[in-house]
Write a protein of this length. Structure first.
Length: 112
C-alpha cells in the first residue's frame, strides 16, 4: 500500500473505538478510496490545525484588548494613532460622499 505522507518514521497510536464508529469510518475510507489509517491521520491533522487556530485567535484577542486599553489613554502612542485613523476615515468619507454626489449629478445631466 502506498504511503500518503512524507513524514519520516511514523509512530503508532492504538486506541479503542465503538464498532459502529469503526464501521462508519471504514465505509467512508472505502468511498474515498483511502486507508482507514490515512483518514485518521487527516482527522488528527485537522484537529491540530483547528487547535492552533483557536490558540492564535485567543492570543490575537488578548493583544487587541491590550491595545484597545492603551488606546483609551490620552498619553499613549496608540491613542494618537487612533485619532489619526479617525481623521483619515472622516476625510475618506467626505471624499467618497463628494464623488458619489458628482457621479449622481453627471448621471442626471446625461439622462436629460
Amino acid at each position: 500500500m502506498p504511503r500518503y505522507t512524507a513524514d519520516p518514521k511514523p509512530s503508532i497510536v492504538t486506541f479503542r473505538v465503538a464498532p459502529s464508529l469503526k464501521a462508519a469510518l471504514t465505509e467512508i475510507a472505502e468511498r474515498e478510496e483511502k486507508p482507514v489509517g490515512e483518514l485518521l491521520r487527516e482527522l488528527v491533522r485537522e484537529h491540530i490545525k483547528q487547535a492552533r487556530c483557536r490558540e492564535f485567535e485567543a492570543e490575537a484577542r488578548r493583544q487587541s484588548l491590550l491595545l484597545a486599553e492603551a488606546a483609551r489613554d490620552p498619553n499613549s502612542d496608540e491613542y494618537a494613532i487612533m485619532r489619526e485613523l479617525e481623521a483619515s476615515f472622516d476625510e475618506f468619507a467626505r471624499d467618497l460622499a463628494a464623488s458619489e454626489e458628482a457621479a449622481e449629478r453627471e448621471l442626471a445631466r446625461k439622462s436629460k
